[in-house]
Design a protein around this ligand. Sequence first.
Ligand SMILES: Nc1ncnc2c1ncn2[C@@H]1O[C@H](COP(=O)(O)OP(=O)(O)OP(=O)(O)O)[C@@H](O)[C@H]1O
Ligand SMILES: [Mg+2]
Length: 398
Amino acid sequence: MLKMNVKEINILLVEDDAVDCRLVKKFLSRSGPPGRFQVETADTLSQAIECLSSGSYDLVLLDLNLPDSSGIDTVQRTHETNSDVPIVVLTGLDDEEMGLEAIRKGAEDYLVKGNSLEYLLVRTIQYSLERKSVKQQLLESEIAKREAETANQAKSEFLANMSHELRTPLHSILGFASFGIKKYDSAKPEKLLDYFSRIKQSGKTLLELLNDLLDLAKLESRKLKFVFEPTNLALLVNSVTNEFDTMLSEKNLAVQHEVSNFNEQVTLDAEKIKQVLRNLLNNAIKFSPDGGAIDVAIGRTDNSVRVSVRDQGPGIPPDELESVFDKFMQSSKTMTGAGGTGLGLAICQEIVAAHKGRIWAENRPEGGAVFSFEIPLSLNVYIQEQPLLAGAGSDSGV
Ligand SMILES: Nc1ncnc2c1ncn2[C@@H]1O[C@H](COP(=O)(O)OP(=O)(O)OP(=O)(O)O)[C@@H](O)[C@H]1O
Ligand SMILES: [Mg+2]
């Protein structure tokens, strides 16, 4: 016999009456192509709940009066167990009111047991499945619409923040250039030098901001290429820390390393992870009190490696531990102007995410913040799966 490719509809029939149960199964078996309806049965509500919690069904045919539950409660509890599966309630001839109430409580439809059951059964099932699928589509498009609105709002906020951040150094450049032009023949050379220094500093800030914005845009659009290579993480941490020697001694800060015991090679993009370490160290230094200590540690879990940077600064208010990773976000404890533009941690988050890792902030019980990131040691597996991220290798993009 020719076997047709039939799309199966898996039905859970919840019915304690053996005769009704056999009847429904018979009606279904002779409707449509053979094998269309796959029927599993449960004769109590608790059995039905067990099936719905573990199995996968397209529809439930539900008798309301079962040995362990009766009436509308049966619908409610079934719906609560799995609200994704449409329920068609089976009612008696004099129970139509109950059927309507069942729809109000989450059922898709109801069927009256009786002479027209065979005729209505398949149509009701199909109608319920279609209605459920349309509802699902509407819900999904509503979610997509809301996400688009949120993204749009985030974009507007981003543009507003960016204009503000760009305007501040530009005003300073234009302002001091104007002073210079106006007073070039009367001002003392030291004064002119001061104007030029300020112009240079603002230009530098502007360039850093633009570079950060460019990096972030490329990271977010997955346009920045990553070159993952086995790397000595301890050496990497040491070399980044050394870059900060001058800043550290200016604030009389001591860095304690707990990295020398770590000898493993870790697959990562060294330049990008250096960028993460630079920002974490830069923040720790910026927010540390003079003479404080900063700890940098590398630790290992079963399948990942973790780097933590601890400081003795003001810490982060608990409700801002996540939002400090948002673009342009500064914590309410550091509104003193010590912070930068608030893009550093957003960039770190993107870089760590491209390594399939995570980054987070905590507070130390004794005061100060801890910023940690973790990357999986099995990253080479991901690289094979995602050749796009592994990149061509020639253009690191940084
Ligand atoms: N170690 C820390 N201690 C206390 N607050 C911190 C620390 N690190 C970051 N923060 C808070 O998180 C904010 C965001 O940090 P992020 O690195 O993203 O930006 P930024 O340092 O202000 O500027 P950028 O890094 O772009 O120059 C900081 O402004 C600060 O409020
Ligand atoms: Mg920073």
